[in-house]
Design a binder for this molecule. Sequence first.
Ligand code: GLY
Length: 426
Amino acid sequence: MKVLIIGSGGREHALAWKISQSPLLTKLYAAPGNPGIARLAECRPIQSDDLAGLLNFAKTENIDLTVVGPESPLVAGITDEFQKAGLKIFGPSKAAATLEGSKAFAKDQMNKFGIPTAPYEIFSHINEAKHYCVETDMPVVIKADGLAAGKGVVICQTSQEAVAALTQIMSEGIFGDAGKKVVIEKMVEGEELSVLALSDGKKILPLASSQDHKRVYDGDRGPNTGGMGAYSPCPFISEEKFREIVDIAIRPMIQGMAAEGNPYRGLLYAGIMMTKNGPVVLEYNCRFGDPETQVVLPRLKSDLLQICAEIAAGEIKTESLEWHEKACLGVVLASGGYPGFYHKDYVIDGLEGVSHLEDAVVFHAGTAFGPEGRIVTSGGRVLTVSALGENLRAAHDRAYTVIGQIHFQGGFYRRDIGRRALEVLR
Ligand code: GLY
């Protein structure tokens, strides 16, 4: 099977790493890919939002299956375009991807299908939104309705903060058109959990549980990021509890969308908050999580390519997913200043020494080829170091040993990935 992976982050490197192990694969391409993916795939400089360029490439190269990493081409309708051209593609249709493309749509779907979520209101007029924030109890979370590259969420402790955030989002347009409409919801507290599930619109194959660490600094301080590290499985969720959460957060959405004639085929990601009153869905994403993918796929025994191909063909035939017993923990190495301004083009030292380890993989994200073929930084999240271990403690220690061998100017990482989970285990 000739496969094309779309995207250039750590998630796509993990997808390429897993798919390249499949006996079904004959040739792997990536667009645009990154230097880590380039070790596994032939990379072509086609950006993931260049739908026409991607379609043309897939037709010319007779690609058998395209696997879409990021959300923006899905929300823009790449699946519909490929299917119209008779090409197989893994990822939800434009209508189904609206679960991530519109936070308001997602909240209304949750409401309709009885999925627990934080109380919310939707506003398209700034004055009404501001008036609501003056009247309602704080804290609240303001979410830009559309895609905002993972940045469109603002936590507000006071009504003054909320009013100021609304001015920035709805009037000054800091998130562009994505902020023309907002969802304002009550803040809920607890442990976060990521639930990822593969579906053909009917059958559901949940992936193993994982937890992301979204804040930039140790102790969950500082601004939100795309994710600074993750681990799998989550020790604070029993297998039985996890099945219950899938039944609460994933199954009714898959069934409800199918009943409405808008089946969800692809990977559905539910961001969950385990509140003291039970699980609450914070958001849905229409693609694999990043960095969750980098810690879940190393634990997956089953052939991901086969399942993606089955979903693209319309029906999951695989009975269930098989998992390694080992735990996996991943730490993101980021550029100094991320998630704010950061410099690029710093040479990354130490990569060769950690490129062929049995129990750890270094997934590339913000990297590029620099002068003399050296690998340099080119983004905020530069690498994810994922390590497997007999248990979470062993995976944790190994990941931190490996990441300690990689250096570039200004690079930093959180020192406490998995710490709360390790406390639970202790
Ligand atoms: N880890 C968060 C996300 O993928 O959206």
